[in-house]
Write a protein that binds this ligand. Structure first.
Ligand code: GCU
Length: 635
């Protein structure tokens, strides 16, 4: 063992080699390209949760590594044996066998956490920890007919690397989209040990950048799964209703028999079956007449069908809704009918006094029912990053339209090709994961990004990618606006080259909160857009500490001020002829380290219509009453 130890120490290499990249680039990532190049691709494993395998949620050991010794030594060489948490051994057994061994960690004797959950839930001392955390657990793999195996991480924030039985498998950048790494050659029958290193530290090159207005929530925040597949399997299957009323299918097989293989699509409830054959790339593109009995999906009738895709030895079944969405002039048409979006914004954070981004089905249901049943919403803006697949599947099920968003937020490093590649890959991962979700009608490119040539070019690439990946949905973004005066009266103008690329203009408005407008003057503010496109108020809000009252409604942070803010903003919105939706910021108070007023905030952004524990503020009813008045027909 000593020789083994010294050899590895001298070589400075474990079985793994280097994992995390020191800069924006990471192992296995394409080099920084001058031109946008192709849309990043990779294993999709669409609807992975429906496949054979194991959900590895539950008890994991964790070990903090603030100086990243598990990645590289203090002189920058590869990590020393005594720090490599991912080694395939039991530290105590090694120490007993080699008393001279110097190992400065012991995963098997480290503290236990229940995953998925952000690490601020593990220990109060970790509340503001930003850095590298190691997680490890054992699991038993029993013999299976499956021929291939993948580790799928639904989300780990922000950069993560996966090791199986001591071997480095792969790494991923991005805290909100899934990735799947093949482990077929590393998985053992019987006992296995998985280790994941998660580094939450943002940088000016990350997406999002360091400064946001929400809690970073470092850690493994969505499930990790072992997914098993046949040797050749359906990696991607996107089945949708086209705007000309046909059912289109894009299917991609992965494996040695992907080429020229027969694929069958079935919807038993409609007695509908079609077939095709993959091409020389293992892909099938087809469009077929839709069955006459097809019921369209809508918030009022969230009809989902079980759609089965069969190819060779693989069968994949998913619950899919069929609907169309498009823009006609300044109208948004759902299934050919104009619709007004009665929405609300959400962060990915459960209701409760001490949230940890533990988004169980019950937590998601609480949020979406408060929106749909409480406020009367038909729409939710899932800000400011892709939420979980469980969230979008539940929106499909209960009938809520969805704005899905990229974490391209505020000051992105637009000129860095690695940042652009990271954003493009995150967007492709999000769209490929969710484009079977009928509830999603918008892919949002960005939020409140300052104009500039590099920013315009960056977002032009993202817009082109989104349209290439999905020609059935609408592209939007939350834009900044210009404030002017027209004949002495306040005028807000939309004037952003990004608007030319969008189908729907999102605008965040905070007149009366971040401006010195008197609330009573808000209805007098006019809006101008020369784009001839529908606009939605993608944010508007004011802070209120639940229970803090000021009868005059003049005092910011009081419930009365917040309610008055919403009444007057709604009155202003009613005068905008091209407005087609409202999404107040935000359903509930949420953690934000930027908000530190010791009485009213204490690390919470209090623009919620409810408190963090779900206590409804006066503004909740202001919005609900307005939506009830709208629900009786378009404005
Ligand atoms: C901005 C931003 C939000 C933020 C909000 C606020 O519009 O998009 O992320 O939380 O305003 O200031 O509360």
């Amino acid at each position: 063992m000593a020789d083994e130890l010294s050899r590895r120490t001298v070589l400075g290499l474990g079985a793994a080699g280097v994992a995390f990249g020191a800069t924006g680039a990471t192992v296995g990532e394409p080099s920084q390209t001058a031109e946008p190049g192709d849309i990043p691709s990779g294993i999709v494993l669409v609807n992975a949760a429906s496949r054979e395998g194991q959900d590895l949620s539950g008890a994991w050991r964790y070990s903090i590594d603030p100086y990243r010794d598990g990645i590289s030594g203090f002189h920058g060489a590869a990590a020393g044996f005594g720090h490599r948490r991912y080694e395939d051994h039991d530290v105590e057994a090694v120490a007993r066998a080699n008393p001279a061994a110097l190992i400065e960690y012991d995963m098997q004797r480290s503290s236990v956490a229940q995953l998925p959950a952000a690490w601020l839930t593990h220990d109060p001392a970790l509340r503001h920890f930003v850095g590298l955390m190691w997680y490890q657990r054992a699991f038993t793999h029993t013999p299976s007919r499956a021929r291939r195996a993948f580790i799928r991480v639904e989300a780990a924030n922000y950069r993560s690397s996966v090791y199986l039985n001591g071997a480095f498998i792969g790494t991923h950048e991005g805290g909100f989209t899934p990735y799947s790494l093949e482990v077929t050659d590393f998985l053992r029958q019987g006992a296995n040990q998985i280790t994941i290193g998660v580094d939450s530290e943002p940088s000016p090159d990350t997406v999002p950048p360091p400064v946001t207005d929400w809690e970073n929530y470092g850690g493994i925040t969505r499930p990790v799964r072992l997914v098993l597949t046949p040797e050749t399997f359906v990696d991607d299957a996107w089945i949708r209703l086209t705007r000309d009323g046909r059912i289109a299918a894009s299917v991609r097989l992965d494996g040695p028999r992907a080429v020229r293989t027969r694929v069958r699509l079935s919807i038993d409830a409609l007695d509908w079956t079609v077939e095709g054959r993959t091409n020389d790339l293992g892909e099938l593109e087809g469009a077929f007449d839709a069955p006459h009995a097809l019921e369209l999906w809508s918030p009022e009738n969230p009809r989902l069908y079980s759609v089965r895709v069969e190819a060779g030895a693989d069968t994949l079944e998913d619950q899919i809704g069929f609907r169309t969405v498009r823009v006609e002039g300044e109208n948004i048409l759902l299934n050919g009918e104009p619709i007004f979006l009665r929405g609300v914004c959400l962060h990915e954070e459960e209701i409760g006094a001490d949230p940890g981004r533990i988004m169980t089905s019950a937590a998601i249901a609480d949020l979406l029912k408060a929106a749909k049943d409480g406020l009367g919403c038909n729409f939710v803006r899932l800000a400011h990053y892709p939420h979980s697949e469980a969230m979008t599947r539940m929106a499909d099920k209960i009938g809520l339209l969805v704005w899905s968003e990229m974490p391209v937020y505020w000051r992105i490093n637009w000129g860095n090709p690695a940042t652009r590649t990271a954003a493009r890959r995150m967007q492709a991962e999000n769209i490929r994961r969710d484009r079977n979700r009928a509830s999603i009608i918008f892919w949002s490119l960005a939020n409140e990004t300052p104009q500039g040539e590099e920013r315009n070019a960056f977002l032009k690439t993202l817009a082109a990618d989104a349209r290439s990946l999905d020609d059935t949905r609408l592209i939007t973004a939350a834009l900044l606006t210009e404030r002017r005066d027209r004949n002495g009266r306040p005028l807000v103008v939309i004037n952003d080259p990004l608007a030319d690329l969008l189908d729907v203009l999102g605008v965040n408005t905070y007149n009366g909160w971040y401006s010195d407008d008197a609330l009573a003057d808000l209805p007098d503010i006019s809006w101008r857009s020369d784009y001839g496109k529908p606009m939605i108020f993608s944010e508007f809000g004011a802070d209120a500490k639940a229970g803090f009252h000021d009868a005059s409604a003049m005092r910011k942070f009081s419930e009365e001020f917040q309610a008055e803010f919403h009444r007057n903003t709604l009155a202003m919105s009613a005068r905008i002829p091209f407005l087609r939706g409202l999404s107040p910021w935000i359903l509930k108070d949420f953690r934000s380290p930027r908000r530190q007023h010791p009485v009213y905030q204490n690390g919470w952004n209090r623009k919620g219509l409810m408190s963090e524990t779900g206590a409804r503020k006066q503004a909740f009813e202001v919005i609900a009453a307005y939506y009830r008045s709208l629900a009786n027909g378009p404005r």
